[in-house]
Design a binder for this molecule. Structure first.
Ligand SMILES: *Cc1c(COP(=O)(O)O)cnc(C)c1O
Length: 462
């Protein structure tokens, strides 16, 4: 299995190389050259298996020879052992033919643990075998950073630095980043916005002397291995509702288009999925694009669903690559236009996208109302992101087809919004109930590249 770039100009890589490098050298994203197929019998055979066994069967063909069967199965087992639910991704019913896939039972209470916990294991194994060490630097608005720290803490071949905007993440998110005591974890509170954090990260990747000297690696959602790990729960949930002998649909609270793109890969592999529904908050560039064809950026408007406050959905490039019949030059052209503010998707490509994707947008007031309504009538306390999914699903779903809405975070991760909507302050699960008592360790940093690079050099050379 080889991986090619969406912009057509970078060399093809193995799974392991694509995972360790993250972004392609031509600025594109890696995608598999061909999509492995699962037959109806292969899918039927998943029925009744554990999450880990399903994960092995779904991901194995993508991973190649770098990892043996035995090692890969062992890494999957380690990745999910720390989850607070034996089903890993349990399904609960909300209404007739509407189901919620709870993806928030991992160590940091958001779906990002599914991918991050696994790539922590994969990185460690690959680096040990190669006798290499990397420095992971990430920028976060909250959930990615906590998931990355939790996944890479204590691993021997990795230092992990997370930049978050000082004073602009929720207290739970901050504490999840600042309380792990392991010495290879470095939480950096930057004086600035999330965009400043992301800009500094890009500057570091573009400073080749620095990049090479610390062996910089990235684990943001453009890393193919993260998308792959998310394909698994589309299979596990669909099979438990009767796939492949019954079609299902999915609604996905969407920001960077990584999670829903994993659903599209599941469909391309042979899972009978009817609709894939993109649910956005007021930052609705994807909804506007899928309805009108114009992908036009504007300012980010902060919302009560901060993990979806995104104007440029990086993984959308992967969907465009297929919609343009895998024409890397066409995608590169669109991305050049994006730098000037936006582009229009061609009629043919828009039609190709609409064959798979629907979309809806939810306002702040509608989000709060949905949290309240779901608590009153569905017996479920939703986080704001998940509420956006449930609202769009209720508006658009075909009652005859089972709809699975992805619950992307635990309500206790966003207690203020949930309390405002429902009057209930959701408690943290028992296993992390002492989070508010654990000592914090964080370094305040200025929004200054040279200072940041010096700090990272100093910390890793200790
Ligand atoms: C990251 C995140 C999302 C958005 O996922 P994408 O893969 O970026 O589309 C939605 N909800 C929560 C809680 C998240 O942390």
């Amino acid at each position: 299995m080889r991986y090619i770039s969406t912009r057509g100009q970078a060399p093809a890589l193995t799974f392991e190389e694509a995972m360790l490098s993250g972004l392609a050298r031509d600025g594109g994203l890696y995608v598999p050259e061909t999509i492995p197929q699962m037959t109806a019998d292969d899918i039927r055979a998943l029925n009744g298996l554990s999450y880990e066994e399903i994960a092995f069967r779904v991901m194995r063909p993508f991973v190649g020879d770098g990892f043996t069967d035995e090692v890969f199965a062992d890494l999957i087992a380690k990745a999910y052992a720390g989850f607070g639910h034996n089903a890993r991704a349990p399904l609960v019913q909300l209404a007739p033919n509407h189901f919620l896939l709870e993806l928030f039972h991992g160590p940091t209470l958001a779906f990002k643990d599914f991918a991050m916990q696994l790539i922590g294991q994969l990185f460690q194994e690959a680096l040990e075998r190669r006798g290499e060490r990397v420095t992971i630097v990430g920028a976060t608005s909250g959930d990615t950073g906590s998931a990355a720290i939790e996944a890479f803490k204590g691993l021997d071949n990795v230092d992990v630095f997370i930049l978050f905007p000082h004073g602009r993440v929720s207290e739970v998110q901050r504490r999840q980043m600042t309380t792990p005591p392991e010495s290879n974890v470095h939480a950096l509170a930057l004086d600035g916005h999330f965009d400043d954090c992301q800009a500094k990260l890009k500057d570091m990747f573009n400073d080749f002397d620095f990049r090479d000297s610390v062996r910089l690696a990235g684990v943001n959602s453009i890393n193919w291995a993260r998308v792959l790990a998310q394909v698994v729960y589309y299979f596990s949930s669909a099979v438990s509702l009767g796939a492949p002998d019954r079609k299902v649909s999915f609604t996905v609270p969407t920001g960077n288009f990584g999670d829903i793109f994993a659903g599209y890969i599941a469909k391309r592999m042979g899972l009978p999925i009817d609709r894939l529904v993109v649910a956005t908050n007021q930052n609705d560039i994807l909804h506007r694009c899928l309805t009108g064809g114009a992908y036009q950026t504007s300012q980010v408007h902060p919302s009560i669903s901060p993990s979806m406050d995104i104007q440029v959905s990086s993984n959308f490039e992967r969907a465009l690559f297929d919609a343009y019949d895998r024409d890397g030059a066409a995608v590169a052209q669109l991305m050049t236009e994006l730098k000037e503010g936006g582009f229009n998707v061609s009629q043919g490509a828009l039609q190709a996208l609409r064959e798979h994707f629907d979309s809806g947008r939810v306002s702040e007031d509608e989000t709060l109302a949905m949290i309240k309504q779901a608590n009153a009538t569905m017996g479920e306390l939703l986080c704001p992101h998940s509420a956006i999914g449930v609202k769009v699903a209720e508006d658009l779903r075909d009652p005859a087809t089972p709809m699975i809405t992805l619950a992307t975070a635990h309500p206790a991760k966003f207690p203020d919004a949930v309390e405002k909507a429902s009057g209930i302050r959701p408690p943290l699960p028992n296993r992390m109930a002492d989070l508010y008592e654990r000592p914090e360790r964080v370094t305040r940093v200025n929004n200054d590249l040279a200072e940041l690079e010096a700090l990272i050099q100093e910390r890793i050379n200790k």
